[in-house]
Design a protein around this ligand. Structure first.
Ligand SMILES: [Zn+2]
Length: 282
């Protein structure tokens, strides 16, 4: 956060934000050439396999406390080196954003059966195939969502009590994450259904086999968003991830946040990373 403002102040981007936006938006999905291999690697090693990674012992162990905490991830394995060397790491402090006419997020989310997995780092909810996010004509499939408490991304330096990451992949393995902040308020209707079934031991999976789970119930009504490029927020911290952070938080109750924190046993938010030269569009 302390350096999140560094390269992106008014003097630099502010000089001609419109021109910058046009150049960015004209190739929103072409910005980072050569990312395909990295991102596919992340699908295997990171998010999609997170549920089985623990059980199989795949990859070096990491965590959020002690000598496996985030500040050491880049040293725990050569496969995690990008965690400390990468210039496009997540999460970030969202500030000094650039006005842009961003295309709408088109959610076509169906109801689903779900598997909930306690992978030791978060509770991950695997969603059935067929639910999609389309942005600017590019379609991604929703694979899973999971949670962090407190939030990982910040807005003007402020964290929310919780953040959900809806992880999508396109046919080539590129990842798009829709991040949803939670603020304290009315109990969240989807979490009301999921939380009583939350697995409470590492490696445990709960299968909810009826088609009554609807991720739409977790989202705020307003889907306007911030956009930037970043990374996985967990090892191997692979870059080339398209981030879409909803501006409007969803609501959840304090008890819902607390139950998740109790199951994980600690905060599970990676600290804010340097923004470096990245623009953040709003
Ligand atoms: Zn996450």
């Amino acid at each position: 956060m302390e350096n999140g403002v560094g390269n992106s102040g008014e003097n630099f981007w502010g000089a001609n934000p419109r021109e910058l936006y046009l150049s960015i938006n004209s190739n929103i999905f072409q910005q980072e050439k050569g990312m395909k291999k990295t991102v596919i690697g992340s699908v295997c090693a990171g998010l999609l396999m997170a549920g089985t990674a623990f059980a199989s012992g795949h990859g070096a162990q990491w965590g959020y406390t002690g000598h496996k905490a985030a500040e050491y991830w880049g040293d725990l394995s050569p496969a995690y080196a990008i965690c400390k060397k990468g210039l496009n790491q997540s999460p970030i402090d969202i500030t000094n954003t650039i006005e842009a006419n961003l295309p709408p997020l088109v959610f076509q989310y169906n109801t689903s059966t779900v598997d909930m997995i306690d992978n030791g780092h978060t509770v991950q909810v695997n969603y059935a195939p067929g639910s999609t996010l389309t942005v600017d004509g590019h379609t991604f499939q929703l694979i899973q969502f999971h949670f962090h408490t407190p939030s990982e991304n910040a807005v003007d330096g402020n964290l929310y009590p919780m953040e959900a990451h809806l992880v999508h992949a396109d046919a080539e393995g590129h990842l798009a994450v829709v991040a949803v902040f939670f603020e304290e308020g009315a109990s969240n209707p989807l979490l009301d259904k999921l939380w009583p079934n939350m697995p409470t031991k590492v490696g445990e999976t709960t299968t909810l086999a009826d088609m009554s789970y609807d991720v739409n119930e977790m989202l705020p009504r307003d889907h306007s968003y911030y956009h930037f490029n970043g990374s996985l927020t967990t090892p191997p911290c692979s870059q080339g991830v398209y981030w879409f952070v909803l501006k409007t938080p969803a609501t959840g109750s304090r008890a819902q946040f607390q139950k998740f924190h109790d199951v994980i046993g600690s905060d599970n938010n990676r600290p804010l990373q340097l923004r470096n030269a990245r623009p953040v569009l709003r």
